[in-house]
Design a protein around this ligand. Sequence first.
Ligand SMILES: [Zn+2]
Length: 275
Amino acid sequence: MRYIDPHIHMVSRTTDDYKRMALAGCSLVSEPAFWAGFDRSGVEGFRDYFRQLTEYEGRRAGQYGIRHHCWLCINAKEAENVALSREVIAMIPEFLNRPNVLGIGEIGLNKNTRNEATVFLDHLDLAARTGELVLVHTPHLADKYAGTRMILDMLAGDGRIPPDRVCIDHVEEHTIRLALEAGHWVGMTLYPITKCTPARAADLIERYGTERILVNSAGDWGHSDPLAVPEFIFEMRARGHDDATIRRIVWENPVQFFSGCRRFSLSGLREPVNA
Ligand SMILES: [Zn+2]
């Protein structure tokens, strides 16, 4: 089945992964800006990263018939440096008219600190002023519930961005309802161990339905699986869900969310080899 992986960090994956994803039915990915595994030394490091995401990675993906989109921001792990964060946020508009950019992300919280919140609000201000979509990372494990509450409060407090132009990512059993009830899209991240497994994600679909829900691999340089979305398709089929239901989650929903970006279009997209 043809699918989209709406959250995967391809710059830290191999070209073999692109090929395996293409063979499994992937024809479009979206790559949020994230932490490189080390703190960058200055704004030029981010400029080079944004050039990689907007000028180079799409060509690498294209060799495997996969269309590449991205999101731009300074991630929460580096947001403790508010001065650097503000330099990066001021530089982002240089890249916002590039054709593969979908919006601002993945912004969010990591340890739920005051500086992270300050930088989150600055990103929201940029997104509101420029009319961009927003992709939000929610914290890991013990910090997730409190961090998700803080994020939803900040979004509601700003109030300029319609809730359905924001996706709250990495939701789990204890946070999905909060985000859906606030009117946002949600992303379930399919990780082999932490976050949602494909089986837990299928359980949540059975409880909450398919509206405004995305699934992604969040594949990166850590322990993760770039074929997690096809694993989810496999799980859903094994449970007897029909293809229309599954296709809504892995194709139509991400297309609908991304279509909120004025630069997004499916025109010219080719069928994957196995579709
Ligand atoms: Zn990520």
